[in-house]
Design a protein around this ligand. Structure first.
Ligand code: GRF
Length: 202
């Protein structure tokens, strides 16, 4: 069983999808060993505690130096013995030093079909606003490995979601989460853990 660290900053619905996937067996080759939050007030921490998962806080505001922030994350990951790191609504960009150290071991979920509507500044509702403004008829979500380029790492899994004529950024965000993010993040995480267990290269 591959140990997983989930990094969060907010509500944690993607974390919840991982917790549920672990309970249902969709995530069976990995187990969440720790949830690390960049803020002490993230509701995601409550979700972790309710599921009996260890938590840690690397306080982005107090540790305003990137090095100290990443060192705190590293400590939590090492303590938990985690090999795979999943970014689930984690709102900080990780340095090239950090991403290189964990090459092909960090996964992120992005709410669009990369390479559309992604990169620096594309997060939250903005992604969906831009998709609607452009007039695309299909959007979706992408799980990818994290490297030094924001949303630029190798794609692991994608799922398309149809845009409806009456969609608002909010309605689209909800549907993309429900139909795509919450499905492919656990599936991609399990796929990566399975590969690691088998000793296959990623
Ligand atoms: C999701 O839309 C995810 O794609 C993005 O941040 C949002 C996090 O939501 N990276 P949650 O905290 O998992 O509910």
């Amino acid at each position: 069983m591959v140990k997983i660290a989930v990094l969060v900053s907010g509500g944690g619905t993607n974390l919840q999808a991982l917790i549920d996937a672990q309970a249902s067996g969709v995530l069976s080759h990995g187990a969440i060993a720790v949830v690390v939050s960049s803020t002490p007030t993230a509701y995601a921490l409550e979700r972790a505690r309710s599921a009996g998962i260890a938590t840690a806080v690397a306080n982005r505001k107090e540790l305003n130096d990137q090095k100290a922030f990443e060192a705190a994350i590293e400590r939590a990951i090492e303590q938990a013995g985690a090999e795979v790191i999943v970014l689930a609504g984690f709102m900080s960009i990780l340095s090239a030093d950090f991403t290189r150290k964990h090459a092909n071991r960090i996964l992120n979920v992005h709410p669009s079909l990369i390479p559309s509507f992604c990169g620096k500044g594309y997060y939250g509702l903005r992604v969906h606003e831009e998709a609607l403004a452009y007039g695309v008829k299909v959007t979706g979500a992408t799980v990818h490995f994290v490297n030094e380029i924001p949303d630029g790492g190798k794609i692991i899994m994608q799922k398309a979601v149809k845009i409806l004529p009456k969609d608002t950024p909010q309605s689209l965000q909800k549907r993309v989460m429900k139909q795509a993010e919450w499905k492919i993040l656990p599936a991609a995480t399990d796929w990566v853990c399975d590969k690691i267990e088998r000793g296959e290269t990623l």
